[in-house]
Design a protein around this ligand. Structure first.
Ligand SMILES: [Fe+2]
Length: 399
């Protein structure tokens, strides 16, 4: 296989709308990036990150050294939680404003990077706050430059224009998508992924898997998204078991990181539909729920619903994890069971009831799927009509 011939210790530049540095040691590019910011006339930045991983992974040492070496002023906001909130974004913006920050560096998985992207917009709109942004009270046309140092292999946010932040009081977890929040540079350095615990390793890869299953079957799908989808599944099928078996395997981490990055580009182009629109209410109601676990709970029921309308695509895209699908509408049940079987093979056997939801909760979840700003748009991208009846059927089937 050609994958073994790739010199993974040589850092390559992948040019999508963001310039992504991919490879073991990519973090060393931070110095060039800080220099570039300086050349752009930027001398103060705010760093947005979570509570521990930025330090534990060692990423912070490189970022801090690069900032110091280039004489940059900075403030560190390190209070972003999984399922970040509008309050956290507002705090990060306030801290950034206190030093006149003209760029944002997000370090972490999807949560810190999405909070950083949101802060980058709000630094340009001092009279707005994160609730305004996530309730779509205005349409941003500018943001300060964003640098993303990615520490997980799931969201793909380092290479796209999406961000997700929760408004907990309303149980809303909306998504925004604006061209102004493509990161300027991103670091995808697999050495930072080797300490991800086994369950997180699986959850983040399942997030990437969901991105491509959805993006390859929306009403907006296209050959580019389908190509990226196929490659994503192939790589996850091959390298997720390898990473679970040996967490320190850098080749496995490299390809899982690459897979999640291209999955991010896949849905930047093809968009998303049911699984994300239905997972967001789950983790808005239970903010401790891992996004990837929430997705995996719903995925088999989603595949069952959409397979008849998308059989040719899914049979092809899913072939590395479900062999022998022919692309006939009648295989919906087989495909759904195949997904369940594969999830079990990577350690996930969780159902909606296992994460604390009961049949009585379904009406509220359906309501949130339709009422949360932005989720209605995702539902409108589904390959079959996403009416209340279908959404209810998916939740009920997932219990
Ligand atoms: Fe996701």
């Amino acid at each position: 296989m050609w994958e073994n011939k790739m010199p993974i210790n040589e850092v390559r530049e992948i040019r999508c709308k963001t310039n992504v540095y991919l490879g073991v040691g990519a973090i060393k590019k931070m110095n060039d990036i800080a220099k570039e910011l300086k050349n752009m006339g930027i001398s103060s930045v705010v760093i947005v990150t979570g509570q521990g991983a930025y330090k534990k992974t060692g990423a912070w040492d490189y970022v801090e050294a690069a900032l110091k070496e280039n004489g940059m002023q900075y403030e560190l906001y390190n209070k972003v939680t999984p399922n970040p909130t509008v309050q956290q974004v507002d705090e990060a913006v306030k801290l950034g404003m206190s030093i006149g920050a003209k760029a944002v560096i997000g370090i972490g998985g999807g949560s810190p990077i999405d909070a950083a992207k949101s802060a980058a917009i709000l630094l340009e709109y001092p009279d707005k706050n994160a609730t305004d942004l996530y309730e779509f009270q205005f349409t941003p046309s500018k943001a300060v430059p964003i640098i993303a140092v990615n520490l997980t292999h799931g969201t793909g946010t380092e290479a796209n224009r999406f961000a997700v932040v929760s408004i907990l009081e309303k149980e809303y977890k909306p998504a925004i998508a604006y061209d102004v929040i493509y990161p300027l540079y991103s670091i995808d350095d697999p050495q930072f992924m080797t300490k991800l615990p086994a369950n997180q390793t699986t959850y983040v890869s399942v997030d990437a898997l969901n991105h491509i299953i959805e993006a390859s079957t929306t009403k907006a799908t296209n050959p580019f998204s389908i190509m990226l989808a196929k490659e994503t599944v192939r790589l996850i099928a091959k390298y997720l078991p390898q990473a679970l078996n040996n967490p320190e395997d850098l080749t496995a981490r490299y390809y899982l990181t690459y897979a999640s990055m291209i999955a991010g580009i896949c849905f930047d182009n093809g968009l998303l539909h049911f699984t994300h629109a239905l997972e967001h209410p789950l983790s808005a109601v239970k903010p401790d729920l891992a996004h990837g676990l929430g997705l995996s709970v719903i995925l088999p029921a989603v595949v069952k619903q959409i397979y008849p309308a998308t059989a040719e695509i899914l049979a092809d895209v899913l072939s590395p994890i479900i062999p022998n699908l022919q692309g006939n509408a009648s295989e919906a049940e087989t495909a759904s069971k195949g997904i369940e079987k594969w999830l079990a093979s990577v350690g996930i056997v969780t159902k909606l009831s296992d994460i604390g939801f009961k049949k009585e909760d379904v009406p509220r979840l359906v309501e949130l799927a339709f009422d949360t700003p932005s989720l209605g748009f995702l539902l409108s991208m589904a390959p079959i009509e996403a009416d209340r009846h279908t959404v209810e059927a998916i939740y009920t089937d997932s219990i």
